[in-house]
Design a protein around this ligand. Structure first.
Ligand SMILES: NC(=O)c1ccc[n+]([C@@H]2O[C@H](COP(=O)([O-])OP(=O)(O)OC[C@H]3O[C@@H](n4cnc5c(N)ncnc54)[C@H](OP(=O)(O)O)[C@@H]3O)[C@@H](O)[C@H]2O)c1
Length: 184
């Protein structure tokens, strides 16, 4: 068993994307995202990142390589592993199995779920999902994809969480706050 953790940023209407991209430009928020998904407890350890195909291809090339990470892209239509990725899986359970059994199992610490909405939904329903990192972007943006509803009685918002700044941030005139929800 490996912890499955969801990470996203959503604006006031829970929107997370528009036309295949992020609706906002918040470099500090993006750095927090990269730092969080690449953090491991010891050299040589890895995190598996599970990406939906659109999210994968929308990520700027300049971000790669992300230290300590193994990239798994989900797609039924692709026939080969995309450049910079490591594995292609046809469904969510295969990706979790890849990260938690066989050759990778000893190396992997955390399975991070990077979207989009249908992948988040699968993760939130998975019994190993213990934390949801969901940055509250305190503004309205026009969006066409949304973070799925989740039960706030099951995942409780933490007042403070180790390594996560609790104060409200501001960048490019947009206020935002890092939040962590923990499964009870
Ligand atoms: N704000 C945030 O934190 C955040 C985070 C992530 C993404 N986003 C935004 O969300 C949008 C992308 O989301 P999206 O819903 O359009 O696309 P997506 O989930 O990234 O990709 C959808 C594609 O991924 C594949 N896929 C997804 N789930 C699968 C599964 N369980 N099994 C097999 N294949 C699966 C399918 O590819 P095939 O059609 O090839 O089968 C599907 O068409 C973008 O705007 C992005 O910027 C925002």
């Amino acid at each position: 068993m490996k912890p499955i953790r969801v990470i996203a940023a959503a604006c006031s209407n829970m929107g997370i994307g528009k036309d295949g991209h992020l609706p906002w430009d918040l470099p500090k928020e993006f750095k927090f995202f990269i730092d969080t998904i690449s953090a491991v407890s010891a050299p040589g350890k890895k995190n598996v990142l599970i990406w939906g195909k659109v999210s994968w291809f929308s990520c700027p090339e300049s971000v790669f390589p992300i230290p300590n990470t193994v990239h798994v892209v989900l797609s039924r239509a692709l026939s080969s592993v995309p450049e910079q990725a490591h594995h292609l899986c046809r469904d969510f359970p295969s990706a979790v199995q890849l990260a938690s059994q066989g050759g990778l199992a000893d190396l992997v610490e955390t399975i991070w779920i990077l979207g989009g909405p249908s992948v988040y939904k699968k993760a939130l329903e998975h019994p190993w999902c213990d934390l949801v990192y969901l940055t509250d972007i305190m503004a309205d943006f026009d969006c066409d994809v949304f973070f799925p509803h989740f039960d706030h009685n099951v995942f409780r918002k933490q007042d403070r969480f180790v390594g996560v700044p609790s104060e409200i941030q501001e960048e490019n005139g947009v206020k935002f706050q890092f939040q962590v929800f923990k499964k009870t």
